[in-house]
Design a protein around this ligand. Structure first.
Ligand code: 13P
Ligand code: SF4
Length: 304
């Protein structure tokens, strides 16, 4: 049995597309049709002509694909791949927060459940959060930003806006410490330091560049530098090394591993295609309410 050819054959028969986030295992990235960040994968999901989307990522990402393509079957190969940050706020908690700040608009990071998105006015990813606030929420008064306190703090600093900030965070990015960067800079003095905005302000303050995962991939490809210290989940190094054979990449911390992102394997992708599991189901009413804030984000996006 050859797993890869079995996946490719079944994918064709099922008219399926395989999307994988930049943090997925190398073996998963290598069988995907598209590898990208949350924004890029949302856009692929909204444009695909495939009948089935196999989403190799975490639950909120597959839900976002379902919201954008309600007529398609969206499968999450491992049903327990969640995002601890997305789980840090519930729709009920957000409703209470909205009551405390009547009139405030709600901006949610895409790392939220469909029920939470249904309560929001606008959505963003780490690739477009600053532009959304600067260009598309400039006339709004008060803004509630959920659930990532570090992304919110970073965007507040860049735009000069103040937000009501929910105190969620990504446990994987929070593990990357300033001393990790100091150590790596000592070992690789010529390397540029790239930091994801889910990292703490202590990290973004000492970065050479603060970028989303797709932003990092584009940056390293275009940069004249050939060494990079990468402060985000370690899975991204596979794509960077594959796409840039002459360049060198060092993880800021080898402990920055999102175990949820590592639950998907080639076997689970094959089983997912064979048994059409695990299907993401979002109630129609939640889809139509959550879709408004995702459409708001995608419509404000330059095409890519
Ligand atoms: P991006 O790929 O959008 O930068 O997001 C990072 C992340 O942590 C997704 O869960
Ligand atoms: Fe969630 Fe962080 Fe994992 Fe991304 S890396 S899925 S934000 S826990």
């Amino acid at each position: 049995m050859n797993l890869i050819s079995d996946i490719q054959k079944l994918k064709k028969e099922r008219k399926a597309v395989i999307l994988a986030h930049n943090y997925q295992l190398p073996e998963v990235q290598d069988v995907a049709d598209f590898v990208g960040d949350s924004l890029g994968l949302s856009i692929q999901a909204s444009r695909t002509e495939a009948e089935i989307i196999v989403f190799c990522g975490v639950h909120f990402m597959a839900e976002t694909a379902k919201i954008l393509s309600p007529g398609k079957k969206v499968l999450l190969p491992d049903p327990d791949s969640g995002c601890p940050m997305a789980d840090m706020i519930t729709a009920e908690q957000l409703r209470i927060l909205k009551k405390e700040h009547p009139g405030a608009k709600v901006l949610c990071y895409v790392n939220t459940s469909a029920e939470v998105k249904a309560e929001c006015d606008m959505c963003c990813t780490s690739a477009n959060a600053e532009a959304i606030v600067r260009d598309h929420m400039k006339d709004e008064g008060e803004i509630i930003f959920v659930p990532d306190q570090y992304l919110a703090t970073y965007v507040a600093e860049k735009t000069g806006r103040e937000f009501y900030i929910w105190k969620g965070y990504c446990p994987t990015h929070a593990r990357i410490l300033p001393e990790n960067i100091v150590r790596q800079r000592e070992e690789h003095p010529r390397a540029e330091v790239l930091v994801h905005p889910e990292c703490t302000p202590a990290l973004t303050a000492i970065a050479d560049q603060v970028l989303s995962t797709e932003g990092m991939c584009r940056y390293v490809a275009a940069s004249p530098h050939d060494e990079f210290i990468v402060a985000t989940e370690v899975g991204i190094l596979h794509r960077m090394e594959k796409e840039n054979p002459g360049k060198r990449f060092y993880p800021a911390s080898k402990f920055a591993i999102c175990l949820n992102m590592k639950r998907t394997t080639q076997e689970k992708i094959l089983w997912s295609l064979q048994d059409l599991v695990h299907e993401i189901d979002v109630p129609a009413q939640t889809i139509s309410r959550a879709r408004r804030c995702i459409d708001g984000m995608l419509l404000s996006q330059p095409r890519r």
